[in-house]
Every structure is written in structure tokens, then in C-alpha cells.
Design a protein. Structure first.
Length: 407
């Protein structure tokens, strides 16, 4: 039997019998064979029949879980600070174009970092939580500002009665033992960018000048892992045509001691180097499925297997995740450039397509409203007719704007 779908539902046959995913609210139901036949017939008859059937099944709520209206002036709750628009690596596909985002290399001054923290914390009501991420370029080239900003944020958040979380994404080459203790003290989440094992990584992420970086990173990870009980350390793998051996990479990185390992496809690079093509995406899907099957085997056997993509997908299905946007970019989350510009996310830094204000004056509400109105998934093609639109949210804004929807 084949899967059946419309913009309102998807019918899937499983080892446990037929199941019906109702798109609005991402609700999953087990159904019997008679109901399965009725669903198939309704899909053939058209949208009105599908809606009437869902109403008869009691699956059509009085009010939609997801409305067609965009968000309006959502509260700011998260910032990523490009504290160093410079880097010591020369990654082949770098979205930051070597750290400078297509311009001169820059370091964020204290005035911008402090204004960013104040903007975030002072707009948050007591008792709520905000997040600050440190990115680049390579943020550890500006270690002093990272630490000063963290301590300042913790101080004023404490006075405001606001909880603050911290994260850093780093290439790992500049890590020092005292960084590990600092991250532990301030309860950071640490993400290390690694694109494979050994030579596979080195071909994609060498030092400037061409020297291999993989072993240099591994040599600096142990102090982080010494705090493994309270300091989550994640591996993030950018997937290109040159590192599609995901199963091997996953197993090796889990063995190293990472709390989780996640894969992110390279779909849009400024220089178009190492972007995945459609045949590559077929290989990627097969590898992800192989990783998922191994996750099933390990979990059934009672073993921990931290494959982040699978865990995230299962959590979202279990929660019934339903979202009209893929992420909080340009809504509750902004990226901040070294000179204080507010952008839709860290990937849009210094990109006019995502320019949305400045930390001193705050978000440009007109630009933000236009962004949110244009990016909502029900106004995207071909997303608006896709059964998975509220699970996906329409795909990464940056990739969609700069390449389209190849996946």
C-alpha cells in the first residue's frame, strides 16, 4: 500500500498498522483499516471531502492550531554575537567568507557587546529566560570580550531576575584548559565544528596556509570532556559532497565522548564550493537513514546513541511540533554584527537580505514585520501545499533565499 497525502493530512502504513498525521497541529493518530479506506477516498475526491472527513473523525478543531497570519512584534529572547569577524581556518564553503562576511576583518568593540546584552536582558520580564550565543568567524580570537560579555550578562540578568543561557560555536583550534573551566562555571553549551575524521575534515577545514587542523582540535578537547557531567559538548558536521560517510563519522565522534553529534547539509555557500547537488542529497538521505537504523538498534539494546538529528525529529513528532517558521530568525532571535547591526540570524550578518535594525535603536519594526509576513510558510511555494510544512517551517531562510529549495 502506498502513502496518501494532501495539504491537510498524510496517511502512512507502519509495522503497527495505518497512522494518520493531521497537518494542523502535527497530530498523529492510529486508525483502523476502514478509516484508512475512507481517508484514501476523501483525498481522491478533494480538499472539501478531506475537511468533512476530519470533522467527522473529530480531528478538525474549532480554531486552527496554526493560523495564516504572521507574527507581529515578537519579544526578543536570543542574540548571537559575531564578536570576531575573522578566523584562523580557511573552510572551503564558509558562509562567513573566512570570517569577514565579504568585508574587512573586524572585532566587536565592548560598546556593541554591552549594548547587545542590555537590549536583550532589559526587554525581558523577570522570571523569563534569554540566550546569548558567541560566534564568528572564530569567537575565541576575541576571548577577552567573550568573557567580559558573559560576566556582564550574568550580572545584569541577576539584577533583573532574568535567567541567561550561553552558547559558543567554535572550530576548537584555540581552546585552552581555562576556557573549559570558564564555560563550565557559566553553564555554556559548546559546539565544535568538525567535518569528518582525519583527512576528511582536513580537506574541508584546514588552517589558513593549508596545514591540517583535525588533530590540533582533538588535542584540545579533553579539558572540555573532563566536565562532561555539567558541560554539554556537541559536534556539528557540515555535510558536503566530500564527507558523505555519515555512519562512520557518527560512530567515531560518539566514541570520542561528544554529548551529541548532528549533521547539517551545505546547501548554499557564498562561493558555491562544496554545495550538495541533487544526487548528493540522495546519498545524504540514505546515510541519515542508516544512522537512524543504528540509533534504533542501540536504543532497543539499552545503549545511549546520541544522534542529534534523530533525537530532534522524534522529540518533535512526540510533542506534535507545529510551526509556521523554520526557526526564530528575525522574530525572537537576531544575529549581531561586529558593528552592532541586527540581522535575521548569524548567517545573514552584513547581508542586506536580512538587515533588521541596530542594537542601539532596536529592531526596525517595519522591516521585521515585512520579513515575518514574507517568510511565513503558508505564503511560500511550494510549501503551502506540503503536508510537512509545519514540521519543517519552510527550510532555512538563508538557504532558501540564496539557493531555493533543492532538498
Amino acid at each position: 500500500m502506498r502513502d496518501t497525502e494532501s495539504r491537510h493530512l498524510r496517511l502512512v502504513d507502519t509495522a503497527f498498522g495505518p497512522h494518520l498525521l493531521v497537518v494542523d497541529g502535527s497530530r498523529l493518530y492510529a486508525i483502523d483499516q476502514q478509516s484508512r479506506g475512507e481517508v484514501e477516498a476523501a483525498v481522491v475526491e478533494g480538499e472539501q471531502s478531506v475537511r468533512e472527513l476530519l470533522a467527522r473523525f473529530g480531528m478538525l478543531p474549532d480554531r486552527p492550531y496554526i493560523g495564516a497570519e504572521p507574527l507581529i512584534d515578537p519579544p526578543l529572547r536570543s542574540l548571537s554575537l559575531a564578536i570576531a569577524q575573522r578566523c584562523n581556518l580557511a573552510c572551503s564553503y564558509c558562509y562567513a567568507q573566512g570570517g569577514g562576511f565579504g568585508g574587512e576583518e573586524r572585532a566587536m568593540p565592548w560598546s556593541v557587546a554591552a549594548a547587545s546584552v542590555r537590549r536583550l536582558v532589559e526587554e525581558c520580564p523577570p522570571g523569563e529566560r534569554v540566550f546569548i550565543g558567541f560566534l564568528g568567524g572564530e569567537p575565541l580570537t576575541h576571548r577577552a570580550l567573550l568573557r567580559r560579555t558573559t560576566e556582564y550578562a550574568a550580572e545584569i540578568a541577576g539584577r533583573q531576575g532574568v535567567s541567561v543561557g550561553f552558547a559558543i560555536t567554535t572550530n576548537g583550534t584555540l581552546l585552552r584548559p581555562d576556557d573549559a573551566s570558564f564555560f563550565h562555571r557559566h553553564r555554556f553549551a559548546v559546539t565544535i565544528s568538525l567535518d569528518g575524521v582525519g583527512d576528511v575534515h582536513d580537506r574541508l577545514r584546514p588552517f589558513r596556509g593549508g596545514r591540517a587542523s583535525y588533530q590540533s582540535i582533538l588535542d584540545r578537547l579533553e579539558p572540555l570532556f573532563q566536565y562532561r557531567q555539567n558541560l554539554p559538548v556537541f559536534a556539528r558536521v557540515t555535510v558536503t559532497p566530500r564527507n558523505l560517510g555519515l555512519r562512520e563519522t557518527l560512530d567515531r565522534f560518539i566514541a570520542l565522548g561528544f554529548h551529541s553529534v548532528g549533521f547539517s547539509p551545505m546547501l548554499a555557500a557564498p562561493n558555491h564550493v562544496d554545495e550538495l547537488t541533487e544526487p548528493d542529497l540522495d546519498v545524504l538521505l540514505g546515510e541519515l537513514i542508516a544512522c537512524g537504523r543504528e540509533f534504533e538498534r542501540q536504543v532497543v539494546a539499552g545503549r545511549h546513541y546520541p544522534f542529534a538529528n534523530m533525537i530532534s525529529a522524534m522529540e518533535e513528532i512526540h510533542r506534535g511540533t507545529h510551526r509556521p517558521y523554520p526557526c526564530g530568525a528575525g522574530a525572537g532571535y537576531f544575529g549581531v554584527s561586529a558593528d552592532g547591526g541586527l540581522f535575521a540570524c548569524h548567517r545573514f550578518v552584513d547581508d542586506p537580505a536580512g538587515a533588521l535594525g541596530h542594537v542601539e535603536s532596536g529592531p526596525d519594526r517595519d522591516a521585521q514585520r515585512q520579513w515575518l509576513a514574507e517568510r511565513i510558510v503558508d505564503r511560500q511555494e511550494p510549501c503551502r501545499s506540503c503536508w510537512a510544512r509545519y514540521l519543517c517551517g519552510g527550510g532555512c531562510h538563508h538557504e532558501v533565499i540564496h539557493r531555493g529549495r533543492p532538498a
